[in-house]
Write a new protein. Structure first.
Length: 92
């Protein structure tokens, strides 16, 4: 399911920065660094699968679908709208 826009991860971070009024630094880490930082929460095979998926999506936004509107009868909200509605959660 998608919203009405196809956004990269970088686009999403930019929108969250605008909505919160905070600069959000992007720290690029190697696969090994990420796996070491997440080892307590995500085991090796699951971590590898996530990293592979994220790498395959990097710079390639998702294809848009009408599923949200088909299921709810209402148009999907934009990421900006959703982020604004959840602004307080991002500020904690």
């Amino acid at each position: 399911m998608t919203g009405p826009q196809s956004l990269t991860f970088t686009d999403q971070i930019g929108i969250l920065s605008q909505v919160t009024g905070r600069d959000i630094a992007i720290k690029h880490v190697s696969r090994q660094e990420w796996k070491a930082e997440m080892a307590e929460y995500i085991d090796g095979p699951v971590g590898d699968a996530l990293l592979d998926y994220w790498q395959s999506c990097d710079g390639r936004p998702a294809e848009l679908t009408p599923v949200v509107e088909d299921l709810t009868g209402r148009p999907a909200r934009t990421f900006t709208s959703w982020a604004g509605e959840h602004r307080a959660a991002f500020l904690n």
